[in-house]
Design a protein around this ligand. Structure first.
Ligand code: DGL
Length: 286
């Protein structure tokens, strides 16, 4: 098993455009963002960190999530990335400002692009579903209010959905249907017109959520929004990779690399090769 400390990432500096994009999440879910990034920019190289030893972030305090997110970013900075993507909605909600203030590199979170896409949609209430911490932080609500102060935003925490998705339940499974119907009931009755899927795991439930909400409700995935934002920013800064060959994806995880590789495929839509173990002590800089 290779450890992250064996790889001396600083020795791998390349020309500005060829530097990787760093992506982090609390665990495996952020691979849905990687999947979207590679769909729009297949040649980019990605370094992914999943902090699986600390997952889930969604039931922790803002203060704790903030600390973890700063450690995650510090780890990725060792690879000299051209941009860092905060794939985790909970980390984006809790720590975007602190990460921006602390990081010497451009940062894309999942909340702002998604809020902008939702505010640009049909008038009418916007629903947001996410972890307890994401909804309690009010981050989506604030981001939408900045763009459209009159818009009604209805947040709903859906804590059971992350474990349900990680367990690999099919969307036809009665447990999935029951949980979704229960969580989405109020959003439906309140006339939600646009629904933000504000969690890394929810793209795997996209079709089931769409069926329950009905054809008049537009679904916005935070993963897709972030990928488009990264692409636009790289273009506008002229920082796209100088290659057309398929990019590489290197994954680091703080616990159980075998599980990461095995389950990661479902989230990333591709075979995840060996994930390298990083100790939590190493991440925390101890
Ligand atoms: N990645 C988290 C998010 O998008 C979900 C999993 C967790 O709670 O850590 O909010």
């Amino acid at each position: 098993m290779t450890r992250a400390s064996d790889v001396s990432p600083r020795e791998e500096r390349t020309a500005a455009n060829d530097r990787p994009i760093g992506v982090f999440d609390s665990g495996l879910g952020g691979l849905t963002v990687v999947q979207e990034l590679l769909a729009v920019m297949p040649a980019e190289n990605i370094i992914y960190l999943g902090h699986t030893a600390r997952v889930p972030y969604g039931i922790k305090s803002i203060r704790t999530v903030r600390r973890f997110a700063l450690e995650d970013m510090a780890f990725l900075l060792r690879f000299d990335p051209k941009m860092i993507v905060v794939a985790c909605n909970t980390a984006s909600a809790a720590a975007s400002e602190q990460l921006e203030a602390a990081g010497p590199v451009e940062l894309v979170d999942v909340i702002r692009p998604c809020a902008a896409a939702a505010a640009a949609e049909t008038p009418g209430p916007i629903g947001v579903i996410g972890t307890e911490a994401t909804i309690a932080s009010g981050a989506y609500q604030r981001a939408i209010a900045e763009l459209d102060p009159a818009r009604r935003v209805i947040g709903k925490a859906c804590p059971l959905l992350v474990p349900i998705v990680e367990e690999g339940r099919e969307i036809s499974d009665p447990i999935v249907r029951y949980a979704l119907e229960d969580y989405l009931r109020d959003l439906k009755s309140e006339g939600t017109r646009t629904l933000i899927l504000g969690c890394t795991h929810y793209p795997l439930l996209y079709d089931a959520i769409g069926e329950i909400m009905g054809p008049d409700v537009t679904l916005i995935s935070s993963a897709r929004g972030a990928a488009v934002e990264v692409q636009q920013r790289l273009r506008s800064r002229n920082l796209q990779i100088n290659s057309t060959a398929p990019g590489t994806l290197r994954c680091y995880t703080t616990d159980n690399p075998e599980r990461f590789a095995q389950i990661g495929q479902r989230f990333g839509g591709r075979r995840i090769g060996d994930a390298t173990l990083v100790g939590t002590d190493e991440l925390a800089g101890e």
